[in-house]
Design a protein. Structure first.
Length: 397
C-alpha cells in the first residue's frame, strides 16, 4: 500500500514573484542561424582577441599551475586588483587595490549590493527605462522599485530630490554612460546635480559602467564616483565582458570600505571567490597586451555598425518613429507611433527572421509599449541592412 505524500514546501516569495529575463527568452527563440538578431547584448565574437587571451591562459597554467587551479581570497587576486586600480586611477578616480572587489561579472556586483544594502520593503530608485537584470536583482532582494522621471539626458535631479525626501530610498541605480537599454549618456552637469542630491539627502549611488570604454564620438564624461559630493557614497561597477570577453565572467566593484566589506561577506556566501585561473589570465593579459589599443580597434568597427543601423532606420520603422544616436556602447533606442505595441508585434517580426527586444520589460512601472531596443554591434553593415529590411516588412512598412 502506497501512502499519499505531502507536497514539498513552496518556493520563497521572491522566487515566485520575480520573472525570468525576457531578453534570455527571446534569445532562446531566435537562436536559429537564419535569424538576424538585434535582440542580444552580445559583443561581436570575431573581434575577441582570441590569441591574446589564449596565450594568457597558457602562461598562467604553465608557469603557476598550482596557484591558478587553487582556491583564492574572496577579495580577488592582488595582481589583478592592482591593475584594475591603476586603470581606474588613470581615468580620473584615485583608487588603491584595497578599494576593489573582484566579482564574477559585474552582474554579481549588483546581486552583492542588493544583499548588502536592501532589506525587504526598502525602496530602490532606478532609471526609466532601466537595465533589466538590475530590476531582477533588486526585485529578488524584496525591494520596492521606483523609477525616477527623466528625459533624454537621464534622471531629472529635481524629481530625484523629491523622491528621496518622500520615499527615503536606500540607493539610486544608474548606467550613466551609453545606457542599456537606451544608449543615452548623462551630461557632466546632470551627474554633478545627482551627486549633490545624494550628498544633501543621504543616498547611495550605484554607478554601473560596462560600456564606457566603447566611445565612438565626443569626449569622455567623468564618473559620478569622481565627483567630490559622491566620493563617499558611490559604488562603481566595471566589467571585462564588453571589452575583453564575456565568457571570462570577470567584473569588479569599487566601494567605500564598510560597504565593500559587507559585499565581501555576501560573496563568501555566494561563491567564495571568482575563478582564480580567469583572474590570473586577465592580469597576465593586462601586463603584456595593450587592452586600450584593442578596445580602440573594436570601437572603430562598432562605429561603422552603428552608422549602418542609423542609415537604414528611416526605411525600416513606421513613419512618425523616433530614435537616438548614441555616442558609443551597443544599443539604440527607438519609439514607434503610440498605436504600436512592440511586444505584440514581436512574433510577426520573428517570422521574418529578425528580432529586437520590446521596451516594456525595461520599465519598473508604466511601460512605454511603443519602444524597442536594437543592438547594433553583432552584425556586419551588410547583415544590418538585410535585418532592417526584414524588420520593416515585419512592421508593415
Amino acid at each position: 500500500m502506497t501512502l499519499a505524500s505531502a507536497s514539498p514546501p513552496a518556493l520563497a516569495a521572491r522566487a515566485r514573484s520575480t520573472g525570468g529575463s525576457p531578453v534570455r527568452d527571446i534569445l532562446a527563440v531566435t537562436a536559429r542561424p537564419e535569424v538576424i538578431n538585434f535582440a542580444g547584448g552580445l559583443p561581436a565574437p570575431e573581434l575577441f582577441d582570441r590569441e591574446g587571451v589564449a596565450a594568457a591562459f597558457r602562461h598562467v597554467l604553465e608557469e603557476t599551475p598550482a596557484r591558478a587551479l587553487q582556491y583564492a581570497t574572496t577579495e580577488g587576486e592582488p595582481e589583478l586588483r592592482e591593475r584594475l586600480a591603476a586603470r581606474t586611477s588613470v581615468r580620473g578616480l584615485a583608487t588603491d587595490a584595497d578599494d576593489i572587489l573582484v566579482t564574477t561579472g559585474s552582474q554579481q556586483g549588483l546581486s552583492l549590493l542588493a544583499t548588502a544594502l536592501v532589506d525587504p520593503g526598502d525602496t530602490v530608485l532606478v532609471e526609466a527605462p532601466c537595465y533589466l537584470a538590475a530590476l531582477q536583482a533588486f526585485a529578488l532582494a524584496g525591494a520596492r522599485i521606483v523609477a525616477v522621471p527623466g528625459d533624454g539626458d537621464g534622471p531629472d535631479p529635481d524629481a530625484l530630490a523629491e523622491l528621496v525626501v518622500r520615499e527615503r530610498p536606500k540607493l539610486l541605480y544608474t548606467v550613466p554612460t551609453f545606457q542599456n537599454p537606451s544608449g543615452r549618456t548623462l551630461p557632466a552637469e546632470r551627474r554633478a546635480a545627482i551627486a549633490s542630491v545624494a550628498a544633501r539627502h543621504g543616498l547611495w549611488i550605484v554607478e554601473d559602467d560596462p560600456y564606457g570604454e566603447l566611445r565612438y564620438d565626443g569626449e569622455r564624461v567623468p564618473w559620478i564616483a569622481a565627483h567630490p559630493d559622491a566620493v563617499d557614497r558611490t559604488v562603481l561597477l566595471g566589467s571585462f565582458s564588453k571589452v575583453m570577453a564575456p565568457g571570462l565572467r570577470l567584473g569588479w566593484l569599487r566601494a567605500p570600505a564598510e560597504l565593500r566589506r559587507a559585499c565581501v561577506v555576501a560573496k563568501q556566501a555566494a561563491d567564495l571567490h571568482t575563478p582564480t585561473v580567469n583572474q590570473l589570465a586577465a592580469a597576465r593579459y593586462l601586463a603584456v597586451n595593450d587592452l586600450d589599443g584593442h578596445v580602440a580597434k573594436v570601437a572603430g568597427v562598432y562605429r561603422e555598425r552603428r552608422d549602418a543601423m542609423l542609415a537604414g532606420l528611416a526605411e525600416a520603422l513606421p513613419e512618425g518613429s523616433a530614435w537616438n544616436r548614441p555616442d558609443g556602447g551597443m544599443f539604440l533606442w527607438a519609439r514607434l507611433p503610440e498605436s504600436y505595441d512592440t511586444t505584440a508585434l514581436l512574433a510577426r517580426v520573428v517570422e521574418e527572421n529578425v528580432a529586437y527586444v520590446p521596451g516594456a520589460p525595461f520599465y519598473a512601472a508604466d511601460p512605454d509599449r511603443s519602444t524597442l531596443r536594437l543592438c547594433f554591434v553583432t552584425q556586419t553593415p551588410e547583415e544590418t541592412a538585410e535585418g532592417l529590411r526584414r524588420l520593416g516588412k515585419g512592421l508593415g512598412r
